[in-house]
Design a protein around this ligand. Sequence first.
Ligand SMILES: [Zn+2]
Length: 385
Amino acid sequence: MIMAFVASPNWGFYGHRTINKMAVFTLPQKMLKLYKANINYVSDHAVDPDMRRYATKFEAIRHYIDIDQWDTIPFSKLPRDFNAALLKYGKLVLVNGTDSSEVRMTWDTDTTVTLKVQRSDVVVKQRDLLNYMRQELWPLYYEEEMKTDVVVAEYWLKKSINAGKYTQIVFIDQFSQHGILPYYLEMATNKLTNAFKSKNKADILKNSADIGHYIADAHVPLHTTTNYNGQLTDQVGIHAFWESRLPELFAEKEYDYFVGKAEYVADLQKYFWSIITDSHAYLDDVLDIEKSLSRTYPSDQQFCFEERLGMNTRVQCKEYAAAYHEAMQGMVEERMTASIKAVGDIWFTAWINAGSPDLSDLDTAPVEVEKIIINTNIKTREHEN
Ligand SMILES: [Zn+2]
C-alpha cells in the first residue's frame, strides 16, 4: 500500500488502525475466524475513507457533522431521518429555462407544510412532501442536480404548484455540506449487512474496514463542530493534537483496550446519535482545557520540532501534550475504547441483521491489498479527515 502524507490524519493512522484491529477481538466465534485471518486487512484499510476524500466530493462530508450549526444537545430539532433533514434545511426552486422562483417552505404544524408559490400559499402534507423527496429526489442525490418535472412533484404533493409558467422543480441541498456522519453510519451499516447477505468476502472486509473508520470519527468531539480545528477560538491545530498526537504518544503505553464482547444493537439510529451526542458533550472540555493550559504553560515550551518522515515538523511538545492529556482525565482513552466496542457492536449487528450467515465456508486467505493512489494536491479542511 502506498502511504500518504496527510497533514492531519484523524485518530492518526495509528488510532484508526488500532481501533479496527482491537474490534476483531470483541467478535463471537462464528465471526472471529474470518476477521482474525484478515486482521491486517481491516487494520491497514481503516484509513481508506480518508484517502478517498480526495477523489469525490461525496466522501468528505461522511466524516463529520457540524452539529452546532443546527442545534444544541439533545439535538431534538434535527430530524433523524436523512431525507427529512435534507428537506427541512433545503430549498425548492421552480424553474423554466433561466427563469426561476423560490418556493418558501414553512413547517407550520407537525403534519403540514406551507409552500409559498409566488403569491399564493399551498398547504401540503409533510408526509407527501417527504414521499416526493424519498421517491423522486433522493435517487438523484449523487447527480449534479436534484430536479424533476413540476407534474411529478404535483403527483406526490397532490396539489398544483405550477404557478403558470414553470416546468421543472429543483431541490437545493443546503444540509450535506455541514456533514452527514450520523446519517451515513446507518447507510454504511446497511452496506455491510448486504455484504454479509451476499457472503462476498471482499465486500464484507471492505465494508467492515470502512464503517470502522466512520464509527471512530464519530467518537471524536472535534468531528461534531464548526470549530473543528479550533479556528474560531484561536486554537488552530487542536484537531490533530487531540486525535493524532495524544494517542500516538500515550495509547501504546497507557491505554487498556479491554472492552468485552460485541453486543447486538436493536436501534441503530438511536445508537449512532448517542455516540455523536456523547462526543459533542466533551467538546467544551477539549477546547477549554487546552485554552486554559495554553495560558498558564510557558509559551516557549508548548511547541517543539520533531523529525517526521525526514522533515522537521512543528508539533506540541511531549510535556505539554502530557499535561493536556492528564488534564482531560482519560477522555481520549475513553473515546478510543468506546470506538473499539462500537465497531465490534456494529460488525456483529450487521451480521445478525443479515441472518447470521455461516462464514465458516468462506475461504480465509487474506484478501489482496489494493493500492490507493492519492492526489495530495487537493486541499480539504483538516476536519474532513
Ligand atoms: Zn475520517
